[in-house]
Design a protein around this ligand. Structure first.
Ligand code: NAP
Ligand code: ZN
Ligand code: ZN
Length: 348
């Protein structure tokens, strides 16, 4: 079996430590990827810290993966040795249910197989991308267009598709007023994408500290949510709000900012549940929705859109031995705006 060097969690509280793991043999439809860069998503931290339930340890996380094809199985047609490719949050699904057939593999009725922490075909637990190599079915491997600098591409595989999908579904575009709540990994890409789609973008961040960055990323307006007047001033002024916050917030305060027929789409996944008040939804016929990553076809569409519109993630590149420090900085919201691990530094 192919082996890989990796950084792995052994419990909810211990720092990640260097080690090795084994991938399944390259099957006829599998692609072996030499990983070059992997993004740090807040979901990696929620998972390992046990904030969404107990995780299966030892666990290697990471689902914003880009690398180069090193080997392909005999029946692989979509990818070739040497191609620049990406792997996101999904590595398999049934391919046969109505949702899979509609390119919504993330909602596979039999349960999609996630890049880490899922049961693999052989009964083992899938292991993610904080590692030097991965074996994935070709259907779940994306093409990374040349227009996207390789070291910046990884965050698109989760943060990019998670924000692109609801922006498209709820018609972000010219004449639409879109607010993004929380300017982190997902938030900064939501701003860039919504701006590239032609929407009028507002950032709602806790303090004024990210105001200049928001403007540079494409936001026309910025408001600090720590200022209580913000919520009075902005009542009933948005068509679409994307909440990317990783912690519990007062959703009703944000719902009250929706204008007629507006929708608040929640993509943040905090450890504890949030409450929606019906009496905030009734005025203006407001909607509240959730959204979960995106299917493979839409993920490829998003990558091609980013190349065409020069939507490039803002990344801070770190060496593998800085992962634990980077996690602490994500928890402090001290990230501008996605950490990306240089896998060539994983030399242990
Ligand atoms: P991140 O980089 O840490 O960004 C989260 C942002 O939320 C922070 O930058 C901060 O923005 C704001 N925030 C943090 N703590 C807060 C608090 N206590 N109160 C108010 N605002 C706070 O995280 P991320 O990687 O973008 O992920 C964001 C969330 O989305 C996570 O919960 C993650 O698990 C989830 N997620 C969901 C999906 C999906 O498919 N639905 C996919 C990927 C990730 P400001 O400093 O600007 O206030
Ligand atoms: Zn993620
Ligand atoms: Zn299915």
């Amino acid at each position: 079996m192919p082996s890989a060097r990796a950084y792995t969690a052994t419990s909810a509280t211990a720092p990640l430590t260097p080690g090795t793991l084994h991938r399944r043999e390259v099957g006829p439809r599998d692609v072996l990827v030499d990983i070059a860069w992997v993004g740090i998503c807040h979901s990696d931290i929620h998972t390992v810290r046990g904030e969404w339930g107990t995780a299966p340890y030892p666990l290697t996380v990471g689902h914003e993966i880009v690398g180069v094809v090193a080997e392909v199985g005999a029946e692989v047609t979509r990818h070739h040795v040497g191609d620049r490719v990406g792997v996101g949050c999904l590595v398999d699904s049934c391919r046969n249910c109505d949702h899979c057939r509609a390119d919504q593999e993330q909602f596979c009725r039999k349960g999609a197989m996630e890049t880490y922490g899922s049961k693999d075909r052989n009964g083992s637990i899938t292991q993610g991308g904080y590692a030097t190599r991965i074996v994935v079915d070709e259907h779940f491997v994306l093409r990374v267009p040349n227009g996207i600098p390789f070291e910046t591409a990884a965050p698109l595989l989760c943060a990019g598709i998670t924000t692109y999908s609801p922006l498209r579904r709820w018609n972000a575009g010219p004449g639409r007023r879109v607010a993004v709540v929380g300017l982190g990994g997902l938030g900064h890409l939501a701003v860039k994408l919504a701006h590239a789609m032609g929407a009028e973008v507002t950032v709602l961040s806790r303090t004024a500290g990210k105001r200049d960055d928001a403007g540079r990323l494409g936001a026309r307006h910025f408001h600090a949510t720590s200022d209580p007047e913000t919520f009075d001033r902005l009542e009933s002024t948005f068509d679409l709000i994307i909440n990317t916050v990783s912690a519990e917030i007062d959703l009703n305060a944000y719902l009250s900012l929706l204008d007629l027929d507006g929708t608040l789409v929640n993509v943040g996944a905090p450890p504890h549940d949030l409450t929606v008040s019906l009496f905030t939804l009734l005025p203006n016929r407001r909607s509240f929705a959730g959204s979960l990553i995106g299917g493979l076809r839409e993920t490829q569409e998003m990558l091609d859109f980013c190349a065409a519109h020069r939507v490039i993630p803002e990344v801070e590149i770190i060496a593998a031995d800085q992962i634990n420090d980077a996690w602490a900085r994500v928890l402090d919201s001290d990230v501008r705006y996605r950490f990306v691990i240089d896998i060539s530094t994983m030399t242990h």
